[in-house]
Design a protein around this ligand. Structure first.
Ligand code: AR6
Length: 177
């Protein structure tokens, strides 16, 4: 879709009520964890972990979709990012997370998807490199999307937000804000 809007905001991934789906920076077992996974599971309620049992385990670079339970979103797309320096090649596996999540959202005819900065917390991926991979993958995947029209990156701090905004400006196909 050529007029897809890509935006970066500061906030909590579990508080994005205007999005059809939010993406979880999951663990392989799709269990509640810390960071993004903790925030998503606690807002969704225990039904999310129950549904996830049948979808787990997943491998680095993989994405699966569940319903949103008590979240304000219809769906959660769970991605297992690479552990930086362990799951190799980390850049390709991180790109696969973004690509597969976008394709899954599109297959489900979703219009809006919000991503956290996958792998940049517990999994140790340097933020600037991760932001570049995220934006390049969005740019590369856009031509394959027909339903997704809004892609939002939700960052936890002002510093992380500025790194993602900078990476967005480096992808000429993506409209900056
Ligand atoms: N909203 C938006 N961003 C957040 C939030 C939030 N509520 N909480 C943290 N971040 P992480 P990973 C940022 O560790 O590196 C879990 O335990 C955070 O500052 O959540 O992929 C899972 O169970 C960082 O920039 O995900 C896995 O075991 C980014 O989101 C493992 O950690 C990702 O941090 C996954 O590690």
């Amino acid at each position: 879709m050529t007029d897809t809007k890509v935006e970066c905001v500061k906030g909590n991934i579990a508080s994005q009520p205007d999005m059809d789906a939010v993406v979880n920076a999951a663990n392989a077992e799709l269990l509640p964890g810390s960071g993004v996974a903790g925030a998503i599971h606690s807002a969704a309620g225990p039904g999310l972990a129950v549904e996830c049992r049948a979808l787990a385990p997943i491998s680095p670079g993989e994405a699966v979709i569940s319903s949103g339970h008590n979240l304000p979103n219809r769906h959660v797309i769970h991605c297992l990012g690479p552990v930086y320096g362990v799951d190799e090649p980390s850049d390709r596996l991180l790109a696969e997370c973004y690509r597969k999540a976008l394709l899954l959202a599109d297959q489900h005819r979703l219009v809006s998807v919000a991503f956290p900065a996958i792998s940049t917390g517990v999994f140790g991926y340097p933020l600037k490199e991760a932001a570049a991979v995220a934006m390049k993958t969005v740019a590369d995947t856009l031509p394959s999307l027909s339903s997704v029209g809004v892609i939002r990156f939700v960052l936890f701090s002002d510093q992380d937000l500025s790194v993602f905004r900078e990476a967005l400006t480096r992808e000429p196909e993506l409209s900056g804000d």
